[in-house]
Design a binder for this molecule. Sequence first.
Ligand code: GAR
Length: 211
Amino acid sequence: MSKKNIAVLVSGGGTNLQSLIDSEKSGMFRDSKITLVISSKPGVYALERAKNNNIPALTLSRKDYGSIESYSKALAETLKQADIDLVVLAGFLTIIDSQVYEAFPNAIINIHPALIPSFCGKGYYGLHVHEAALKKGVKVSGATVHFVTPECDAGPIILQKAVEVKQDDTPETLQRRIMEQAEWKILPKAVQLFCRDQLSVKDNIVYIKEN
Ligand code: GAR
């Protein structure tokens, strides 16, 4: 088992980043480390979290690039130069193209705040996901960690966790419950499985090896 360098990509508050930092501190990832945080937006609180924990962090702002292609090229080069083994999209809400996916096959994972294949794909991000779940009246929602492929939210599923929807939920209360009960648990768990070489993918299905 080799030590892995982890990059966490963020665009906002970074509570999922915090769950990864806390898990690393608790020894969950053995020798693997979060060695880089990249934000697609300047000034977000996730960057403070990186700074407070002495993790190198930088901002790659989409608006500084003329196209998705040039942005993706810069991102892929930055990750390669930093010798990254695992890329974690933790609330990273900027569109990137296949230059990044091809540079890291089965080595990019994303946390999505619903049970894929429900409430996912283009336009389903952040609170919009929970608004859609409440509008449909589902009684259970949850979160999914999956490998990232060029098709949005369609890559092989690593872990999922269901969370109860309550009658008086607002998008905000549902978001919070899903973060607390699902996202902050299954994202660190998936990173742990990856770092311990316990994940394999065959025909779009993820298999988890026992320790
Ligand atoms: C999280 O709920 C994450 O699942 C979601 O954005 C939020 C980021 O919160 N991601 C998506 O909707 C991706 N489609 P955070 O910055 O506090 O981790």
